[in-house]
Design a binder for this molecule. Structure first.
Ligand code: FAD
Length: 171
């Protein structure tokens, strides 16, 4: 029998981890599975951001990922030193892996690579097939025409993404 989910997230990097956190924070969390070919989520990164970088309300689901937090920081140049009293935070891969795995529970499939990614179907390298209402592909840069993250629309050959230059859509 083919397992069916509301969302199937292909790739366990930062993009799908943030999507997973936002979905898990819903009043009625949908059924989510995440497929990652590596042995843990998030690779090996430290992501930093200013408190003001986040959209309103996002702190609710991003805060659990924060490993370090500072009330402000100093910027140093050869002839200039400035203190910025703006809250600053860092997310580490280790923390992200721990928190997202706890949120998704058995929905995280580690050490499983996707071979075929379509609008509502994913086939893994070992031949297992998974199905979902929405498949979100974020297997790293360069996968779709816009790179980065995207989703498959109802025609398997059609790809929609948000690239660096704004929203794009191609068939
Ligand atoms: C505005 C901005 C700020 C940034 N700031 C920082 C920063 O401060 N520090 C920093 O380190 N980086 C920074 N980055 C870079 C950032 O780390 C990357 O953009 C981010 O990690 C990309 O995440 P991703 O999920 O798209 O891809 P990736 O991190 O590449 O994750 C893709 C995942 O998919 C998995 N995968 C690949 N193929 C398959 C397959 N066939 N089946 C299953 N899984 C597969 C991979 O193993 C990987 O885990 C920044 C980027 C931006 C745009």
């Amino acid at each position: 029998m083919v397992a069916h989910y509301d969302y199937l997230l292909v790739g366990g990097g930062l993009q799908n981890a943030l999507i997973a956190m936002a979905l898990a924070a819903r009043e009625r969390p949908p059924a989510v599975a995440m497929v990652e070919r590596g042995g843990h989520l998030g690779g090996n990164h430290t992501w930093c951001f200013h408190a003001g970088d986040l959209p309103a309300g996002a702190g609710r689901w991003i805060d659990p990922l924060v490993a370090h937090r500072w009330a402000g920081h100093e910027v140093l140049f050869p002839t200039l030193r400035r203190r910025l009293d703006v809250p600053y935070a860092a997310i580490t891969s280790t923390r992200l892996d721990e928190v997202v795995r706890a949120r998704l529970g058995g929905g995280v499939l580690l050490g499983r690579a996707a071979r075929v990614v379509e609008a509502h179907r994913v086939v893994l390298e070992d031949g297992e097939e998974l199905a979902a209402d929405i498949v979100i592909e974020a297997r790293g840069p360069g996968r779709g025409p816009g790179g980065g993250c995207g989703y498959r629309s109802s025609s398997a050959s059609s790809w929609r993404s948000r690239g660096r230059t704004g929203s794009r859509s191609r068939s």
